[in-house]
Design a protein around this ligand. Structure first.
Ligand SMILES: Cc1ncc(COP(=O)(O)O)c(C=O)c1O
Length: 390
């Protein structure tokens, strides 16, 4: 999906992959729960074995429902191939494990989602794979980290919690020159907000647990890539025993149909909430990319079609944090984001990527859901009134 008009995306997403003629007139594909696939004869068995990553072979390799979803991913990302995984995190770890072996080095953005950081320093380390963390938007720093052992550069843009944007073109240029594979986490934007493949990224991953599925009730991840990388990644996924259920694919496709419409509302609401937060003088910093004062605003405009419902802000620690959080009605305390509901994540101890972190402030990441923006603002106002009470 390129930079097409909003309504056009809606039409495409509603039509995509629906084939009632195949399923007794059913508008949505049924859920195929198949584990064992039956072959008509020896020849078709051998044929399936030869094409086991593409054709129905054994449920764990992907049954009909999974394969249908993989076809849809190829269409939305305009990729040659796609792999569905059990979660967004498994899409990332499988992609990394597919290309790294003992003695290799990997460059990871400092602003990555924290479990990626942990996977690298705890798990990859066990296999003799060294991780170096690079700073945002600093090509000369990145170049200095490259050695003849560097196999992969991992990008997450905008980065987790602080939404720092990378200059993808610059990183791709450096990677191609040094024959290094690039992997990018595109969960923040989804395929509607950005197609990193168009900017030369080799492998794109997205956690469909977030906006893609959109209802906080589904886990799965997707990987979009070229044919050359597909086989390696699929092989790793199969060897590790990664498995995604047909229900998870069904839920993700269902979410995809309304994704564009939901994202518009998340954006509209988050702009209103941002304008409200700006009026509070006890708020020290606000990270929100549509904010023209944000130092990444220009770069964000260069690459992204949209924003979303994520805002991170800090307050002075002088007052009681719990009196703020516990007086919120709509904003529930919880991990993850991208669902229909508003969430708040207190961030005192979690700080892998928050720049300018000072002990005198306390951070919150909020996810603005699909409720009325007026209600969300009233909710925050009630919380802040309690926070300000002496
Ligand atoms: C940016 C980003 N990437 C990946 C993931 C992992 O996704 P999942 O929860 O589906 O494993 C998350 C989860 O919060 C995330 O925020």
């Amino acid at each position: 999906m390129g930079r097409m008009g909003k309504d056009k995306i809606n039409s495409e997403l509603i039509k995509l992959g629906s084939d009632p003629n195949l399923h007794h007139g059913s508008l949505s594909d049924p859920i195929y729960k198949t584990s064992t696939i039956i072959f008509n004869d020896y020849k078709s068995f051998l044929d399936a074995k030869k094409n086991k990553f593409k054709k129905p072979y054994y449920g764990r390799f992907g049954n009909y429902s999974v394969k249908r979803f993989e076809e849809l991913i190829c269409q939305i990302y305009k990729s040659h191939d796609a792999i569905v995984t059990s979660s967004g995190l498994s899409a990332i770890t499988i992609s990394l494990l597919s290309f790294l072996s003992r003695g290799d080095e990997v460059l990871i953005t400092e602003n990555c989602y924290e479990p990626v950081y942990n996977f690298c320093i705890k798990e990859l380390k066990k296999f003799g794979i060294k991780t170096f963390f690079y700073k945002n938007n600093n090509p000369s720093f990145l170049k200095k980290l490259i050695s003849n052992r560097t196999k992969l550069i991992y990008i997450e843009s905008p980065g987790s919690l602080n939404y720092e944007v990378e200059d993808i073109e610059e990183i791709v240029k450096i990677a191609k020159k040094n024959k290094i594979i690039t992997v990018m986490d595109n969960t923040w934007a989804t395929f509607i907000g950005l197609n990193p493949l168009k900017w030369g990224i080799d492998i794109v991953i997205e956690s469909c647990t977030k906006y893609f599925s959109g209802h906080s009730d589904n886990f799965c991840g997707i990987i979009a890539c070229c044919n050359e990388h597909f086989k390696k990644i699929k092989q790793t996924a199969v060897r590790l025993g990664d498995f995604v259920s047909a229900e998870a694919c069904f839920n993700a496709i269902k979410g995809m149909r309304t994704l564009s419409t939901r994202l518009e509302k998340h954006q509209e609401n988050s702009l209103k909430v941002f304008n409200y937060l700006e009026t509070k003088n006890f708020i020290k910093e606000i990270y929100f990319l549509p904010d023209k004062k944000n130092i990444h605003h220009k770069l964000w405009k260069k690459y992204f079609n949209l924003s979303n419902g994520l805002i991170t802000f800090s307050v002075e620690k002088i007052n009681k944090i719990e009196s703020f959080v516990d007086h919120l009605n709509f904003f529930k305390i919880g991990f993850s984001w991208g669902g229909y509901e508003s969430l708040i994540l207190p961030l005192n101890e979690i700080k892998p990527s928050l720049k300018n972190y000072k002990n005198s402030v306390y951070w919150f990441r909020i996810h603005i859901g699909l409720e009325s923006a007026d209600d969300l603002i009233k909710d925050l106002e009630r919380g802040f009134k309690n926070y300000e009470k002496k």
